[in-house]
Design a protein around this ligand. Structure first.
Ligand code: V47
Ligand code: SF4
Length: 363
């Protein structure tokens, strides 16, 4: 237990008071937390919030990730996953192959997680048929699918609005959207790392439309590339303002940038401590988003375990097959079993709790 006087000596007395009173932290407070020389004090503050919200629970899900294609028209500079059509390593799955992946999952999935590149001509009807078939065959594995970037891409290809795309996919079983594609909202940096991607305002608009339809969503931030600390704080602030307005974000996933196979040149790669500090500050700034995910795929399992002491309360899940992080060189497993997930969570002093994609608990 860190004493009040110690927080005072670090210049964090006022922040401690706000955290204790569940008051919103300002961007200046966030900056102080990034500058604080003692990262364990930042972690202790985040842990206070994490325990207030979730006590010692850590959530996980039996899920199956499916990356249906890596063919993408956007060509984001940081991305090691995407390929052009016809390029070596380019792939695309059929509806039947996607269903087969769910059928052959090592445990019966309780979440279907589907994301892919922005393919130049896969029609919306392909996704409607695929989602309908999944919903019929796997009703107990609700579908979390398509980033806001993919939704906007489908809308452009079909010449319809993003709201219309969401309504059509919802009819086929879409209940939740993952948080990818947010990257970093700050316009100048966004234009450098992913100039063809939808803007921050468009990304937020698609999420607010999903929320208005009752489709809950996650949100992310890609950090540790060329963004500044102020841009990280601006990103978190835009997310919490959107949440004040539309209230449908369930979980925030801080994604540390993996540098391998990327065309983006990085001067100062992230340290493990930078990752933990950013996770803790996310927990503290995002006072209106219930969950923070320690995504073991990008963090590695051991760092995800440490993140549970730095404000994170969710461990994602079994995953089974992941391509985005692994093509960017991450040295983590492809899959975890329920037993491994539970042991890892218990091993850090937390109680594992199984959930579905919308964080409904599974007893
Ligand atoms: O949008 C791409 C990121 C995201 C790299 O909502 C990279 O539950 C690090 O959003 N280094 C996709 N990150 C993954 C994602 C996600 C994953 C798990 C769960 C959920 C959820 C969402 O991955 C992309 C991009 O921001 N990404 N390349 C890279 N080299
Ligand atoms: Fe395409 Fe997504 Fe990679 Fe960008 S990050 S190139 S949108 S797959």
């Amino acid at each position: 237990m860190i004493s009040k006087n110690y927080f005072k000596s670090l210049g964090l007395a006022e922040i401690l008071e706000k955290v204790t009173a569940s008051e919103r932290l300002s961007i200046d407070d966030g900056r102080k937390l990034f500058e604080c020389p003692d990262i364990t004090a930042v972690g202790a503050l985040a842990s206070m919030v994490r325990h207030r919200l979730h006590s010692d629970k850590t959530y996980y899900v039996l899920n199956r990730h499916i990356n249906y294609t890596n063919i993408c028209v956007n060509g984001c500079k940081f991305c090691a996953y995407a390929r052009e059509r016809g390029e070596e390593g380019a792939f695309i799955f059929t509806k039947e192959q996607i269903l087969e992946k769910l059928r052959s999952a090592p445990v019966k999935p309780r979440e279907t997680h589907i994301v892919g590149g922005c393919h130049p001509d896969l029609p919306l009807s392909f996704f409607e048929e695929t989602l309908t078939a999944i919903s019929e065959e796997f009703p107990e594995a609700p579908i979390k699918a398509f980033t806001a970037v993919e939704i906007a891409h489908f809308a452009k290809l079909e010449g319809i609005s993003t709201l219309e795309v969401l309504k059509r996919l919802q009819k086929c079983g879409l209940v939740m959207m993952p948080g990818g594609g947010a990257e970093i909202f700050a316009e100048e940096t966004r234009n450098k790392i992913c100039p063809k991607k939808i803007s921050a305002a468009e990304w937020l608009k698609v999420h607010s439309e999903a929320h208005s339809l009752g489709i809950t969503t996650n949100c992310t931030m890609l950090f540790g590339h060329i963004e500044s600390i102020d841009e990280r704080l601006d990103h978190l602030d835009r997310l919490r303002k959107q949440q004040d307005a539309s209230k449908g974000f369930t979980c925030f996933i801080p994604l540390p940038f993996l540098t391998e196979n990327s065309k983006l040149e990085i001067e100062d790669p992230l340290t493990g401590l930078d990752e933990l500090r950013t996770i803790a500050i996310s927990r503290l700034m995002l006072d209106n988003i219930p969950h923070i995910k320690a995504y073991w795929v990008m963090l590695t399992v051991k760092q995800a375990q440490v993140a549970l002491q730095f404000g994170a309360d969710d461990f994602d899940g079994t995953v089974v097959e992941e391509k985005i992080g692994h093509m960017a060189g991450v040295n983590s497993e492809q899959a975890l079993t329920r037993k491994e997930l539970e042991e890892m969570i218990r091993g850090c002093g937390f109680t594992p709790v199984e959930r579905d994609p919308r964080f409904n608990l599974i007893s």
